[in-house]
Ligand binder design. Structure first.
Ligand code: F6P
Length: 327
């Protein structure tokens, strides 16, 4: 395998650039030619790629986003387009592809592997919702962005004796909400994995305020409830003053934390090594602090990545202290 290619796909995540840099420089270190494909699978279908050298990835490691650009490419779900992509790679003599992205991106890589193009995927998403890895590139940075926002919002909520609803990203997963909520001492953490009752939340909030709390932080994962709708609902039923913030894309950009930079660098090199050693159809992820190469099939069999024990801890340290559980 003399030529490899790398692409980033799906939502960007801080640390993707560190991963691209690591892939490119590891491939060059082993004497391979390496291509960077622009805009994920969309760019691949248009044969939009460049040959990269060491300086192509200079100065990117501390930047969020991805220098290769990214896209969500619906067209790639069609078999005809998957075959076209495999053909484009073969024509260029590219013997292996590294994909950096989330679950949707793995699906594309899996299809290409089945069509005879060796692929290894790196988990890149702020959501930390992928099977087969304990961590995903970008999650730590997103969590830190939320923690810093909570600290600011707590100041103003406290000044006004308000409760604050803070809606965070995560799509169908509650990991950003849980990790950031625990780290910032949120009183309530609403996640899609654990159903909650709006009525119980209203009651619990009232009890807290009556007991003398001046403010409460409610971190609401976007998959658990709609922050604004919840705020309106609570306002109609209680006399609690509520301020609501939808954090949005501020969670996805920005300089990666050291942890994400290290993760991207580590997994990038591991993915190249795995491809060169003949792996295909595999995820290069983290398991109990170690790099693990696991087949897409095996990864899918692993249980949901939601950390139930951490959730229980957050309840014990938060709402359960004064006004009980809201489940
Ligand atoms: O998967 C990352 C993520 O930021 C989710 O948390 C969020 O639901 C989604 O992407 C937003 O996607 P888009 O950038 O396509 O609007």
């Amino acid at each position: 395998m003399d030529k490899l290619a790398v692409l980033t796909s799906g939502g960007d995540a801080p640390g993707m650039n560190a991963a691209v840099r690591s892939v490119v420089r590891t491939a060059l270190y082993w004497g391979k030619e390496i291509y960077g494909i622009y805009r994920g699978y969309a760019g691949l279908l248009e044969d939009d790629m460049i040959s990269m050298n060491s300086s192509s990835v200079s100065g990117i490691v501390l930047h969020g986003g991805t220098m290769l650009k990214t896209a969500r490419c619906k067209a790639f779900f069609e078999e005809e387009n998957q075959k076209k992509a495999a053909q484009i790679l073969r024509k260029r003599g590219i013997g292996g592809l590294i994909v950096i992205g989330g679950d949707g991106s793995i699906q594309g890589a899996e299809k290409l592997s089945r069509l005879g193009i060796p692929t290894v995927t790196l988990p890149g998403t702020i959501d930390n919702d992928m099977h087969g890895t304990d961590e995903t590139i970008g999650h730590d940075t997103a969590v830190n962005a939320v923690v810093s926002a909570v600290s600011r919002i707590r100041d103003t909520a406290s000044a006004h004796n308000r409760a604050a609803i803070i809606e965070v990203m995560g799509r169908f997963a509650g990991n950003i909400a849980l990790d950031a909520g625990l780290a910032s001492g949120a009183e309530y953490i609403l996640v899609p994995e654990v159903p909650f009752s709006r009525e119980k939340l209203a009651r619990s909030l009232k009890l807290q305020m009556e007991a003398g709390r001046t403010n409460s932080i409610i971190i609401c994962a976007e998959g658990a409830d709609d922050g604004r709708a919840l705020s309106e609902w609570l306002t109609e039923r209680t006399d609690i003053d509520i301020c609501t913030t939808i954090l949005g894309f501020i969670q996805r950009g920005g300089q990666p934390t050291a942890r994400d930079g290290i993760l991207g660098s580590t997994l990038g090199a591991a993915a190249v090594k795995a491809l060169l050693e003949g792996e295909t159809g595999a995820l290069a992820g983290m398991h109990r602090g170690e790099v693990r190469i696991i087949s897409y099939e095996e990864a899918k069999k692993e249980k949901e990545p939601f950390k139930q024990k951490l959730y229980e801890l957050s309840v014990m340290l938060g709402a359960a202290q004064s006004s009980g559980d809201i489940r």
